[in-house]
Design a protein around this ligand. Structure first.
Ligand code: NAD
Ligand code: ZN
Length: 341
């Protein structure tokens, strides 16, 4: 089969012929239809320090996908060939306290599809049946292909009751933009999103943000005044991984404000802890998606009118993957979909 492979410890990905994956008794074999490029794939492509320390070589990259089941292992009863599915990319141990209690997203031994083992940028992928999400019939294939990052946005945004609240999102990457749309759908009053990239801020406005702030030109505090806010943001969603953005957020929260934090800072990050103490802020780290409660919420939000279609800015054949990565590297892209059919 064709696959996009990190063939050697160097920048780039290589389109290669690889053997079709073997599936074990508890696995399903999926014919991949569409994949999407994640920021993580861009790290793997660039071969930065994180990738060098994490990614085994050779490895098939990719973890955002939708496909059709073509074969199931001997122990698999609930899935059948023909079902349209995506995969939860965090493969958990199943035996630790959290796994045993059904809190699989809190497993300390998670392995990542397309990070620690072969991924989805291929014509076929095999995953454990416990990681399969069977899509509802009315979910569009392109939406299904981005359930993984849409899940990060959902998991982060739905930590808090958003109805009527003022929400600050730092970072208008694909995930921050989808979180803006979710916050709007969940009934927030003001949804303010920040970035340093005007292309992405423009996309965020199309998808429901009430105000987009380029922090190189404007201050969040001024925008608060313009919107008639007096006490600061009730909810913060950190989705940039940038130290300055997070410090800015801390400065602009109300007393008792709640922050969920998805962005991954590159290093130890210094903040003024006195702000957190005296303003009694709650900060919660977010990793992945809740398995599978987040997936359920994603489905029903789409069924109840959440429109994420504008986030897909590029549709390419997998052989055109270089163009897709190049758009991502330039920051001039929402989600890039690669077609494998
Ligand atoms: P992305 O890199 O596409 O988006 C980050 C955005 O932050 C960019 O548009 C960038 O221009 C912007 N930014 C940079 N400096 C800024 C500043 N000072 N103020 C405001 N914005 C600024 O990433 P993404 O794919 O949308 O993911 C968002 C974040 O979440 C990343 O940090 C990513 O590593 C992280 N992530 C975490 C998980 C998890 O499970 N915790 C999963 C996926 C992604
Ligand atoms: Zn576990």
């Amino acid at each position: 089969m064709k696959a996009l492979v990190k063939r050697e410890a160097a920048p780039g990905l290589w389109l290669e012929d690889r053997p079709q994956p073997q599936h074990g008794p508890n696995d399903v074999l999926i014919k991949v239809k569409k994949t999407a490029i994640c920021g993580t794939d861009v790290h793997i492509y660039k071969w930065d320090d994180w990738a060098k320390a994490t990614i085994p070589v050779p490895m098939i990259a990719g973890h955002e996908f939708v496909g059709e089941i073509v074969e199931v292992g001997a122990n698999v009863n609930d899935y059948r060939p023909g079902m349209i599915v995506s995969g939860e990319g965090h493969i958990v141990c199943g035996r630790c306290r959290n796994c045993m209690a059904g809190r699989r997203h809190l497993c300390p031994q998670t392995k990542g599809v397309g990070v620690n083992r072969d991924g989805a940028f291929a014509e076929y992928i095999a995953i454990p049946n416990a990681n399969v999400w069977h899509h509802a019939r009315d979910i569009d294939l392109e939406m299904a292909a981005i359930f993984d990052p849409y899940g990060n946005a959902t998991h982060t945004a739905l930590q808090w009751d958003l109805l009527g609240e003022d929400v600050l999102i730092t970072g208008a990457g694909p995930i921050g933009i989808m979180a803006a749309a979710i916050a709007r759908h969940a009934g927030a009053r003001h949804v303010v999103i920040t970035d340093v990239n005007d292309y992405r801020l423009g996309l965020a406005l199309k998808m429901g943000a009430s105000r987009a702030v380029n922090v190189t030109r404007e201050k969040i505090a001024d925008v608060q005044k313009e919107l008639g806010m007096s006490e600061g943001f009730d909810i913060g969603l950190e989705m940039s991984g940038n130290d300055d953005a997070f410090r800015d957020m801390l400065e602009n929260m109300c007393h008792g404000g709640k922050i969920s934090m998805l962005g991954i800072p590159p290093d130890n990050m210094g903040v003024d802890w006195r702000k957190i103490v005296f303003n009694m802020l709650t900060i919660k780290g977010i990793y992945g998606r809740e398995i599978f409660e987040t997936w359920y919420k994603m489905t029903v939000m789409l069924q109840s009118g959440l429109d994420l279609r504008p986030i897909i800015t590029h549709r390419l054949h997998y052989t055109e993957y270089e163009a897709g990565f190049s758009a991502m590297l330039k920051g001039e892209a929402g989600k890039v979909i690669l077609d494998w059919s």
